[in-house]
Design a protein around this ligand. Structure first.
Ligand code: HEM
Ligand code: HEM
Length: 172
């Protein structure tokens, strides 16, 4: 379950970053509206999956890290993973603020009407669009460090941290 959520969400987050970048750069057209529709809907799906994932993590703990791992690496790994979780919540929340401040009516997947969390305000829209972009850049950096560390475990340290996490890996 934890691995399924991890890799499923990793794919969704990749698609989501691409959709966001496409939606902002596309020329004004029905296709742009459609890109934003999918970007916002998928953003809330990721938000919901995050809640499920944190709940799951609370009952089914991750296996311990290799005993040989130095303390600073453990701290770095935990800090970066906490940052990844935080960003997966802060991105939908900041996007929601942009959407509310821009006063755009929206139904998630054309079904669930999205209430506004802030009143309409152009300055807030612009400021939070920048915050949202900043969070997206930070997410890219954090994922790069995270994937780089996973690669290092596998090829340099040659431990099982990546192998046990792979969808086809064995249970430890
Ligand atoms: C994990 C979730 C999300 C990720 C990774 C993400 C990522 C991005 C990225 C990369 C962009 C383009 C860069 C930019 O801001 O100019 C963007 C733009 C945008 N996103 Fe998201 N987003 C997420 C969730 C959401 C949600 C839930 C909403 C709305 C309810 C939303 C609304 C927007 C809006 C309105 C823009 C355009 C901002 C502008 O005009 O510059 N995003 N997002
Ligand atoms: C959007 C992309 C990704 C996100 C948001 C993400 C997020 C996370 C988070 C939050 C954890 C901590 C799980 C826990 O609570 O203990 C984790 C674990 C892990 N991730 Fe990722 N991940 C992403 C992509 C990747 C990629 C591309 C790789 C490999 C190349 C990878 C390899 C791992 C491994 C090996 C672990 C287990 C670490 C351990 O045993 O403590 N992840 N990931």
């Amino acid at each position: 379950m934890a691995r399924g959520l991890h890799w499923g969400m990793a794919v969704l987050v990749g698609v989501q970053l691409a959709l966001g970048a496409m939606a902002v750069t596309w020329r004004v057209s029905p296709a742009k509206v459609e890109l934003f529709f999918w970007h916002k809907s998928l953003g809330f799906l990721i938000f919901a999956l995050l809640a499920l994932r944190l709940a799951w993590r609370a009952v089914d703990r991750a296996p311990p890290l290799p005993a040989a791992m130095p303390d600073w690496e453990r701290t770095a790994a935990r800090a970066n993973q906490a940052l990844l979780y935080a960003l997966l919540a802060l991105l939908p929340l900041s996007g929601w603020i942009v959407n509310s401040a821009a006063n755009v009516p929206f139904r998630i997947f054309r079904i669930v009407p999205l209430p506004a969390i802030v009143p309409p305000d152009e300055a807030v829209t612009r400021a939070f669009a920048r915050v949202h972009l900043g969070f997206a850049m930070l997410l890219l950096l954090a994922v790069a460090a995270h994937a780089g560390a996973a690669w290092r475990h596998h090829r340099v340290r040659r431990d099982d941290v990546l192998a046990r996490m792979l969808p086809w890996g064995g249970r430890t």
